[in-house]
Structure formats: C-alpha cells, structure tokens
Write a protein that binds this ligand. Structure first.
Ligand code: MG
Length: 164
C-alpha cells in the first residue's frame, strides 16, 4: 500500500538570524525567524510525512509553546517522525521538495540539501528531489520577506519481517 502527503511552510527572513534550509547552513546576511531553527524545508517535509499517515501536523507533535523546541535543530523533528512512521510499518518512497526564495540563489546548494534530506529520510539520494523557485519579485516571497517550502512525499507499507 502507498500513501501520499503534502506539507507547506513559510518563515520570515530577518537580519541577525542564521539561514538553515534542509539542515544546511547557508551563508546569507539574513535568516529565518521561528521558535525552532525555523528550517522551512524540514518543517514542510515533516508535515508531509505526518500527513501521509494521518498523524496531524508538526504543531501537534512539536508545539511552539514548548520551551524544549526553542532553537531546536529541526532535523530532530524529521528523524523522529521517520522513526515513528517506521514503527507504524511505513517507509519513505520518495520526496519532492520545492523551495520558494527570491534570495539567496539556491542553485549552488540544491545538491547538498538533497543529499542531506536523503540521509535524514534514510533513502537513496535518487528518491529525493529538490527544486528552487523565486517569487518573481511579487508577494512576500518575491520581496524577500520570507522563504517558503512545499513538500510532497510518498510512503509505502512494509511487512515487519522486511529489513528497513
Ligand atoms: Mg515552520
């Protein structure tokens, strides 16, 4: 059996914050603001996985009112979610990620983000795709006020006797 899930996230860009996308620190004068490390890519991907198996959303699992998640490395949210899915008999088939950013240009880091996402998901790199779009200079993305991400995942069920 397979299931699909989608996730979306946006965070505000501001001076004085680090920019981390897909778990990769990216040199830039501005970064994303949030309760955790504000990694919109890892948040969208985590939401997509939760959605695929009917487990609600990242806010249910890791509420931003909880001081434990202040400044948290969002890789923790993703790897814990992958482990939760494994425990329920699901593994990740593939993930398709679209990042919306007017700045910085993400072309040079797309491959690094892809490799890191595959590592965190426990999939071959071929099972992950990372695309980058600008905001065409309109709206909050296009004015570089925020960075957004859309993630789609497919998960497949496995029998408990199969290796993960
Ligand atoms: Mg978020």
């Amino acid at each position: 059996m397979i299931r699909v899930g989608s996730g979306h996230d946006t965070h505000r860009l501001e001076a004085g914050y680090p920019l981390i996308l897909g778990g990769i620190p990216i040199p830039h004068p501005r970064g994303l603001v949030g309760h955790s490390d504000a990694d919109a890519v890892l948040h969208a991907l985590t939401d997509a996985l939760l959605g695929a198996v009917g487990l609600g959303d990242i806010g249910d699992a890791y509420p931003d009112t909880d001081p434990r998640w202040k400044g948290a490395d969002s890789a923790l949210f993703l790897t814990e979610t992958v482990a939760k899915l494994h425990a329920l008999g699901w593994r990740v088939g593939n993930a398709d990620i679209t990042i919306f950013a007017q700045e910085p240009k993400l072309g040079p880091v797309k491959a690094t983000i892809r490799e890191n996402l595959a590592r965190l998901l426990g999939t071959p790199v071929e099972c992950v795709n990372v695309k980058a779009k600008t905001g065409e200079r309109v709206g909050h993305i296009g004015r570089a006020e925020a960075i957004g991400c859309h993630a789609v995942v497919m998960v497949e069920s496995f029998h408990a006797t199969e290796p993960l």
